[in-house]
Design a protein around this ligand. Structure first.
Ligand SMILES: NC(=O)c1ccc[n+]([C@@H]2O[C@H](COP(=O)([O-])OP(=O)(O)OC[C@H]3O[C@@H](n4cnc5c(N)ncnc54)[C@H](O)[C@@H]3O)[C@@H](O)[C@H]2O)c1
Length: 456
């Protein structure tokens, strides 16, 4: 079994890896600069909500295979592997902010042991070319005689399924210029039985960006189709179902609604766009993906505005704050963008989220956070569904309708059943559900091809 240091071990990816690698039997130290997180983790308290994480944390702390520290001098020297899992957020212009990575790489370098080889595993999502950058920074700070190799190992886990996805990966991608280092990292993953793709650093780094950009494109694609469906009287849910039955397309990431958010898709598509710009390319498709995504949020608020006859003074209940279900992560959450626009237009906003309210409270001083979706709806003119939490499907919509001042249910995730909502006395509207819209363009008779001009 190996000795592993996970840098950024208090974050979503780092904590997931720290507990999962310990669970596989390795001796793991999670290293993080956030001292409060480290203290909480050593008490067995997870600072973030992820299904199954707390149990694995407690079990591996108790087994003595896992601990957390803020001290590089304690964590790095004995490690066979150092996983770099620090954040790579976006700068204002879309470029990846590598400050956390640079600081971590410098500190790792400075604390490398001499006389033995350490493998630095780049798990953070970093622009193409970053493996060389990290290797350069580590080398610059390393003591004479320290030997190390860098292996790029991009991560594909989904928040809300962190533990599951780490322990059941679809694939493991390794970028390396040293076969032995790649083989050593590959061996760590061997018990998981996933296919391993070994390639060069730059291709590995690009795989991560291209995969996220592709998934984001699927979402923006179906949102573009949703706009057409609204106009032409079709139902995007059925359209997506019919498309998804084609195995070349598949049903996933074809959910029309408020679009993508979170800590990865927006920043990774933005960073790839920036990389393309810097390379003198014209990333037209990527730009369209981002623009359609931003537009989905604006259109949703415009729709609320229209259906309520204005938003000034309207009481709006927002169901869901996290960027998706099963997480408490608010980073680039569509719901927060919607709330900001609602407040700008004078709405009174009440909100509920099953897990994200502690994170949301400091960010939403002007919003009344309520203990349940039902409580948020009391006296509201409209309920806006912004995150598809299963809890919202358990709500008694008739009781909600009776407690509201108005009757609008605007479903930004096409998550609730329009028939159930209508039976409860609510005016339901989703996204791209043109078959339910009175203002769709009336169907036109088929055009008969003129003589001599056959169908094209
Ligand atoms: N969150 C996801 O779903 C996901 C999925 C795949 C890939 N990724 C990538 O993984 C990386 C980490 O993402 P995350 O969501 O876990 O970020 P995060 O912000 O949750 O965690 C980063 C952690 O690093 C710590 N940190 C910052 N600087 C440090 C330093 N110098 N030394 C030690 N610790 C330091 C922070 O305190 C924090 O706990 C990013 O590059 C992200 O793009 C994330």
């Amino acid at each position: 079994m190996s000795r592993i240091c996970v840098v950024g071990g208090g974050g979503y990816v780092g904590l997931g890896y720290a507990v999962a690698l310990a669970d596989l039997g390795h001796n793991v130290v999670g290293l993080d600069i956030a001292a409060e997180r480290v203290a909480a983790l050593n008490r067995g308290e997870s600072p973030l909500f992820e299904p199954g994480l707390t149990e694995l944390l407690a079990g591996n702390l108790a087994a003595g295979r896992l601990r957390f520290t803020v001290d590089y001098a304690e964590a790095v020297p004995p490690a066979d592997f150092v996983f770099l899992c620090t954040g790579t957020p976006s700068l204002a212009d879309g470029e990846a902010d590598l400050r956390q990575v640079r600081a971590a790489a410098a500190a790792v370098g400075a604390h490398l042991a001499t006389g033995r080889r350490t493998i630095v595993v780049n798990k953070s999502t970093m622009p193409v070319g970053s493996a060389e950058l990290v290797a350069g920074i580590v080398a610059e700070h390393a003591p004479a005689g320290a030997e190390f190799r860098v292996v790029s190992n991009p991560e594909f886990l989904r928040e809300g399924r962190v533990v599951h996805d780490i322990l059941h990966p679809d694939r493991v991608v390794l970028g390396a210029d040293d076969d032995a280092a790649a083989a050593a990292v590959s061996a760590l993953y061997a018990p998981l039985g996933a296919p391993v793709l070994v390639t060069d650093h730059r291709s590995a780094e690009m795989i991560k960006y291209a995969a996220n950009a592709f998934l984001a494109t699927k979402i923006s694609f179906i949102n573009e189709v949703a706009r057409l469906c609204e106009r032409l009287g079709a139902d995007v849910k059925t359209v997506a179902e019919g498309m998804g039955l084609d195995p070349r397309i598949g049903p996933r990431f074809l959910h029309a609604g408020l679009g993508f958010g979170g800590s990865c898709f927006p920043k990774d598509v933005g960073a790839l766009t920036r990389m393309a710009d810097d390379a003198g390319m014209h990333p037209g498709l990527l730009r369209a993906v981002l623009e359609i995504n931003a537009e989905a949020r604006r259109r949703f608020v415009q729709r609320a505005h229209k259906l309520l006859g204005g938003l000034d003074g309207r009481v709006v209940a927002v169901w869901g704050l996290a960027f998706k279900e099963d997480t408490d992560d608010l980073r680039d959450s569509p719901s927060l963008a919607v709330i900001e626009m609602l407040l700008e237009r004078g709405a009174v906003v009440r909100a509920h989220d099953p897990e994200a309210m502690p994170n949301a409270a400091p960010r939403l001083p002007a919003v009344r956070l309520c203990g349940s979706p039902e409580e948020a709806a009391v006296g509201a003119d409209a309920v806006l569904v912004c995150t598809p939490w299963p809890r919202f499907r358990e709500v008694d919509l008739a009781a909600v309708a009776a407690s509201m001042r108005g009757d609008l249910l605007l479903d930004g995730r096409n998550y609730l059943d329009p028939a159930v909502a209508a039976a409860a006395g609510l005016r339901y509207e989703g996204v791209g559900r043109g078959h339910l819209r009175a203002d769709a363009v009336p169907a036109r008779p088929p055009v008969v091809a003129a003589e001599g001009r056959g169908p094209r």
